[in-house]
Design a protein around this ligand. Sequence first.
Ligand code: NA7
Length: 531
Amino acid sequence: MSDHSDHDVIIIGAGFAGMYQLHRLRQLGYDTRVIEAGEDVGGTWYWNRYPGARCDIESIEYSYSFDPELEQDWNWSERYAAQPELLSYAQHVAHRYDLRKHITFNCRVEEMTWSDDARRWTVTTDDGTSRTAQYVIAATGCLSVPSRPQFEGLADFKGEVYWTSRWPHEGVDLSGKRLAVIGTGSSGLQTITAIAPVVDALTVFQRTPSYAVPAHNGPIGERLADAKTRYHEIREASRMTRTGFQCNSGMRSLTETEAEEVRREFDARWADGGLCFPSAFKDILRDMKANDAAAEYVRGRIRERVKDPELAEKLSPRTYPIASKRMCVDTGYFEVYNQDNVSLVDINEQPIRRITERGITAGDTPHEFDVIILATGFDAMTGALNAIDIRSGDDRSLREKWAHGPRTYLGLMSAGFPNLFMVTGPQSPSVLSNMMTSIEYHVDWITRALEYLREHGLSRMEPALDAEDNWVNTTNDLAALTVMPQAASWYMGANIPGKQRVFMPFAGGVGTYKLIGDGVAVAHYHGFELS
Ligand code: NA7
């Protein structure tokens, strides 16, 4: 299929969001082109190929729901899918719905300019090509722009350097080598757990320890067979939860529950594993006393798992509320520190002074390595959109508009930038949820809006400024009802020097958000200006 230059819709990104959006619009006859920086589909699961990379949501929930036949045909092998299986799934979907011919790969969007006269966006890519489209849909991902802290001397290091977010496709042989890992978020934890058994020596440089719950991963077995008999019911229920997957959210307050019963509830969730842990009681995210109790339970588990009490204490998070950063789901992470070949450097005690030709100097101690792995995270939620020079008709840029934090209506559009939609944009549930549920909801919402415009002979859609202001205030108010803004997290933009600290996701929950989004659509897109 030729990649001509004028389209109805341009979608940026061919991850799970961009692929589903493309499929929906093709079905409805829109001339749609996807621009994708990678060589193939898959987004997050195309780039993040580090050892041990795995989803933190169960396969049954982290999968498309739009086609019952796809649900029946695809067989997940594990309770939590690993990166290779998720990438195969993305590739299967691309093949099954014949998506690739509408995607331009190895191509990055650099600039976009809106013309109000033409009612079109001009989209310019890094190969110098310009295309136009009536609508642009940014399916650019929430965690797609790596954060690369400037460690002094990194360029001098004579060994190998790898970023987890850009792991070489051909893989890396780490056996018998001396390794450093910097970063102990999800990517760091998964990498450390996977490589510890094969490397000669591993030193972990930790700035902030993570709260982690066990995955209890394994063959998916009966879970899949059961899901296949009632997928529809599972999806319907998940869409109305707080998190976009089923969690049996506790209706009791921890602070009003007997200590023994609290313990029993936590034990049950621990035995089950996964991210449902903080949903045990309704006040864990709202009340510091309840939050402290949950945090202390997890620290107790770390003390059980790590033999050296001093080391266990260093690995125990204490400086931020539990679940105020996305929790990690681990498979034997803490036990790794019982191995003789693994050591921990707490960089609060021994700051990384510089990277040298031979390794890392922390405090006054030089450490020698063959390989340094950086698992330092992402410029989350706004990074990918701000990386594009997006200009409105009067030459205002989105980047400037968002300098003091993102401003959107429903996390779907931003005033002043008509006909530009975002899938899982800031101020929508996105990273606080099962991304698949949130992606499908947004894609369906955007598709329905485009159909509405088409059916009513309209060609321009933009949020009203007061609707946007109200939404920004609502998202801030909802976050302020929780303990989440207390952490220096990437939800707050706190991991990026100079980034405005503001809580970016919508904390009201997936189900509530859906009710609001559906209501806005039913009320003829209340809060949007259509013309
Ligand atoms: P995260 O969760 O942002 O983790 C990044 C880690 O790197 C975290 O431990 C950071 O410490 C650490 N970091 C970042 N910069 C530095 C510097 N300059 N020095 C030392 N340590 C540093 O990213 P992940 O990729 O692990 O996970 C992202 C999401 O992907 C995850 O939540 C899941 O949803 C999947 P900090 O905490 O900032 O002190």
